[in-house]
Design a protein around this ligand. Structure first.
Ligand code: SR1
Ligand code: MG
Length: 404
């Protein structure tokens, strides 16, 4: 691990041409995530910069999780895979270093973090299209639709990511319902509500258990594994996806569900914090359209890829594509619900909810998210298309107290 900030500049000057010691380099630590250290190294004269991402053998936020720094190698590998399918949607990796558990990559300083931008009510017409492209291209190209089965199984082995999967298995699939590790972080006025609606709902536990076992036992494609809005950067031209350190071969619906779930957080924030009026209606309508279009564009783009790429003689059987796709979208609804629940009660909260200042507003926002999450999980078999998500969102808004 770098002991001083000067070691970072020396490191960059050694490995990146044009960032030599003759330049006036400065480094700052800019990470705000839970696991790693992120350094920006800039040339003071030209303003050019790169980013160094380094993993340490524990989780930065808690040090409770003993983690090997191997996750950094898998993240760099995943980014390389992505760049072979969607080079325009990921940062360039310039140098990776398994010895020191770090890599040097493009600095996305001309981009904003999507979570922050959405909380500023920024709208982007291209968002659903680009997210759907990222999902379809990276997921279908690493699935048995596209890959030779031997090659795919080699990749499954390469991307075994046990420790990071265990974090998700605990934080997403277990603790929100059982609080096994006593790590839950419940907004105190919602304590009784959470006990009633989450801890005491055994039907919900059964559905969460099924989705947990799919997560553990369905190596469908190379998934990002943590595709929340903080893992997406955006500017007026497009998006860049970062941070695939949770990548492994898992269920495709997990990535799609994470995107949808995180769009719901900003939806809930908007419901709870904006006054009634046209600005609120406009932004909520845009979010609904973005969720719906992400699903439907994913379906369309996947259909095109499927029929041009399908290699498996049996998967080409008429009717298979619809069965396959329906399953992916149902899984997505279930995983969206689980992401929504875990960010409300688990240890990894989101700014969209935690920044709501008024107690009543935050209570209502949390209850809206939990109610909708339970519908997504329990009714997932009936959720097949974008509008199926939107109708359920609107029904939950209509049934919520103090939000519209
Ligand atoms: C201890 S890690 C907590 C969370 O941060 C990451 O971004 C993942 O979402 C993980 O669940
Ligand atoms: Mg992350």
């Amino acid at each position: 691990m770098f002991k001083t900030i000067d070691e970072v500049t020396t490191y960059v000057s050694k490995h990146i041409p044009d960032f030599g010691l003759e330049n006036e380099l400065e480094a700052t630590e800019i990470g705000d995530g839970n696991l790693n250290y992120i350094f920006r190294v800039s040339d003071k004269k030209t303003g050019r910069s790169v980013v160094v991402k380094q993993a340490v053998p524990y989780a930065r936020s808690t040090k409770d999780y003993a983690l090997t720094a191997k996750r950094n190698r898998l993240e760099a590998e995943a980014l390389k895979h992505y760049s072979s399918y969607v080079p325009h949607l990921v940062p360039d990796v310039y140098f990776n270093d398994d010895q020191n558990n770090c890599f040097i990559m493009e600095d996305l300083k001309s981009f904003d973090n999507l979570r922050a931008a959405l909380l500023q009510r920024q709208e982007y017409d291209f968002l659903s299209d680009q997210i759907a492209s990222f999902l379809a291209e990276t997921l279908i190209h690493t699935s048995d639709i596209s890959l030779d089965p031997l090659e795919k199984k080699e990749l499954v082995k390469k991307f075994i990511n046990s420790e990071l999967c265990k974090i998700s298995e605990d934080l997403v699939f277990t603790d929100p319902f059982k609080n096994v590790g006593n790590t839950n972080n419940i907004f105190p006025p919602n304590n009784d509500y959470i006990h009633d609606k989450l801890y005491n709902d055994s039907d919900l536990h059964l559905e969460a258990a099924k989705l947990k076992f799919l997560f553990m036992n369905k190596p469908e494609a190379l998934i990002h594994g943590d595709l929340h809005t903080g893992s997406i950067f955006i500017n007026e031209k497009g998006i860049k996806i970062i941070d695939p350190e949770f990548a492994f071969f898992g269920p495709i619906g997990y990535d799609i569900g994470n995107v949808v779930g995180n769009l719901i957080f900003v939806y809930a924030n908007t419901l709870a914090t904006l006054d009634k009026g046209s600005a609120k209606d406009k932004f909520l309508t845009w979010l609904e359209r973005t969720i719906s279009d992400t699903i439907d564009l994913f379906r369309q783009k996947t259909q095109v890829l499927f029929f041009s790429e399908v290699k498996d003689a049996m998967a080409a059987t008429p009717g298979f594509f619809d069965w396959y796709m329906d399953g992916l979208i149902s899984d997505s609804a279930g995983y969206a619900g689980l992401e929504m629940i875990r960010r409300i009660v688990g240890e990894a909260g989101v700014e969209d909810i935690e920044s709501i200042q008024k107690t009543e507003a935050r209570l209502s926002a949390e209850r809206f998210v939990i109610t909708l999450a339970k519908v997504f999980i329990k009714e997932r078999q009936a959720i097949r298309k974008g509008p199926d998500f939107v109708s359920r969102i609107q029904e939950c808004v209509a049934g919520s107290d103090g939000l519209s």
